[in-house]
Design a protein around this ligand. Structure first.
Ligand code: AMP
Length: 332
């Protein structure tokens, strides 16, 4: 099978404005490979309602996510772009996959453990608990071979593989096993102010640790210049001892494609101020490009036409897979 017959798929939840972490950890890796695969990217809107949302905010976030995909270089000529909730099969297969999943597996998911801790014992919604089987359905519906995601989603793609194998063993070969693709650099961009957390799109707009793709360039520069570092003045990659500088090196490497080695050599003997200025220049150049594209793509009629076309194409494949699963289960 050549790569063009293999399927690549990824998605982003419209749960806030997209961050540099979303771009470097997932979208960029999708965009650079979209020509090599049969590619699908979706707006994971069902995943965005696992906790209550203001409907107007959600609508705006969905349009925003779509426009951002295009602005970041997702090409509708190469890639099927759709909204998850437009393809009903996601819900049905998600329900089916939930029954293949053990409570223990879901309880062990790091994301669940982290988020449920911050929600407190009484306020944990079941959506947060059962979203991995819905994610499994998202992936399995398209016979996906490769899923480019950030490090925080690796465990969920691995669970998808386990669920696919479990289903196939019980009911006969129905699904293809997906592989996760984690970029070697930029797979976990940390909050610039709080290095124990990743950069998150649910962070407050004024959070100085999070670079949003739509940040004013002056503000983005200020965020990088005020990033937490350490008391040395050596630009060296060491995630344990120097998490702040290592994070900035990762950002520069993932943004420009320069290797970590080469960055260390180039900045030997250079102070943190000048190093940060170089990171800010690279990030601002990237943001300026994305923002110029974003302004062009934000027209809703263009987005709607792309989404309608994408949903029509996605439904064909999704309904075939769901049919196969129903036949295997004895529901047909
Ligand atoms: P989410 O923001 O959870 O909808 O994630 C969308 C995609 O971005 C997923 O593939 C995540 O793994 C990835 N991602 C989110 N935050 C980061 C981050 N700080 N660094 C790298 N990848 C990230």
């Amino acid at each position: 099978m050549n790569n063009k017959e293999k399927v690549m798929l990824t998605g982003v939840r419209p749960s806030g404005n997209l961050t540099l972490g979303n771009y470097l950890g997932a979208i960029k890796n999708f965009v650079t490979r979209q020509k090599q695969y049969k590619s699908y990217i979706f707006v994971a809107d069902l995943h965005a309602i696992t906790s209550p949302r203001d409907p107007a905010d959600l609508r705006a976030a969905i349009d925003d996510c779509m426009a951002m995909y295009l602005a970041c270089g997702v090409d509708p000529e190469q890639t099927i772009i759709f909204r998850q909730s437009d393809v009903m099969e996601h819900g049905v297969l998600g329900f089916i996959m939930t029954f293949q999943t053990h409570m223990g597996e879901l309880s062990r998911m790091t994301q669940f453990k982290l988020k449920s801790q911050s929600m407190g014992k009484h306020g944990i919604e079941t959506g947060l608990f059962v979203y991995p089987p819905l994610m499994a359905a998202d992936i399995l519906l398209y016979n996906t071979a490769i899923v480019p995601v950030g490090l925080d989603q690796q465990q969920h793609v691995e669970l998808t593989r386990d669920l696919s194998q479990r289903f196939n063993k019980r009911y006969g070969k129905t699904f293809d096993d997906p592989d996760v693709y984690i970029a070697p650099v930029g797979n976990k961009i940390l909050n610039l102010q709080n290095l124990s957390e990743k950069m998150n799109k649910s962070d407050d707009e004024r959070n100085m640790g999070t670079i949003f793709l739509r940040d004013d360039l002056k503000l983005a520069r200020k965020k990088i210049m005020s990033a937490v570092t350490d008391s040395e003045s050596v630009v060296r990659f060491d995630e344990e001892a120097k998490p702040g500088i290592s994070n900035l090196i990762s950002i520069l490497a993932a943004t420009t494609g320069e290797s970590i080695d080469s960055i260390e050599k180039r900045f030997a003997g250079v102070g943190y101020g000048d190093f940060k200025r170089a990171v800010a220049d690279a990030v601002c150049e990237l943001l300026a490009k994305i923002q110029a594209n974003y302004a062009r793509f934000k027209q809703t009629d263009v987005l709607n036409a792309i989404l309608d076309d994408g949903a029509t194409k996605a439904r064909v494949v999704a309904s075939e897979t769901l049919n196969r699963a129903k036949l295997a289960l004895g529901l047909k």
